[in-house]
Design a protein around this ligand. Sequence first.
Ligand code: HPA
Ligand code: ZN
Length: 324
Amino acid sequence: MNTWLKALPKAELHLHIEGTLEPEQMFELAARNGVTLPYASVDEVRAAYEFSDLQSFLDLYYQGMTVLHTEQDFFELAMAYFARAHDDGVVHVELSFDPQPHLARGVALGVPFEGLERAMREAERRYDISSALIMSFVRDRPADEALDVLEQAQPWHHQLAAIGLDSAEVGNPPEKFTAVFERARELGIPRLAHAGEEGPAGYISGALDALDVCRIDHGVRCLEDAALVERLRSKRMPLTVCPLSNVYLRVVERLEDHPLPMLLEQGLKVTLNSDDPAYFGGGMLNNFIACHAAFGWEQAIFRQLARHALEEAFMDDERRSRLL
Ligand code: HPA
Ligand code: ZN
């Protein structure tokens, strides 16, 4: 089954590129850029990956990304991920990045845009992996700042497949970002948001109503509201579910307790994704394998999940029809 899962052409729709930073590369970039890390060794970094909730992860995630300084750093970060994704049988990656923490430490907006773009072109050549770029706003920062970043990013808007919304969810409801998302809509940029990961089902409804999103990242808490489930099903709204992430961040205690089988039973358009693979126990293939171990799904279920992702990917239709 593992060989079959590896060969299944997979599209990854929910991936934070800063969350692909493996400890070895963290040390390498820290040395190159003169950044002092609060860890003595790679093993010490790995030992620190013991999370109690989303915030305890975010603290390490923001700390880790401080080693990224130059276009070349972002290029190498993404290339290292594309190589691992290719090994996992991934044919398409939608990578999101968080410009605000980089800007806050003096890394200009063009640095991630240019470095990631170069890696995306190189991945196409080297691995025949297509990709799309998502700029995510950090929801625990002020909404005005997000709007300002969206305007500042104007020279790179043509590179964006979508904008997203991530970071600390509870206490930062989607409605806080109505104006930014309205501006993106005017600019013709598609919109996504994390919702219903730690936050309540009402944040998913809020993302649909206030932000007019075409995809919900996570969304696992939708099951708390039957009317919302019906709404998501009738709209065929994709949910980018991240099973191992949900275990590592204690959204569920064990994968066996995950609502994935119930989401599928409800007829929802679920996809499987890795979220932050360096922090959450591995990439796409590990997520697929873990689901097989936990739920005993047969090939038809995995085919359906992979099809959902290909159908919803920001990908040209000729490539999509070849892959479907
Ligand atoms: N949730 C919210 N924000 C994030 C995550 C996540 O899993 N990863 C990176 N930013
Ligand atoms: Zn995420």
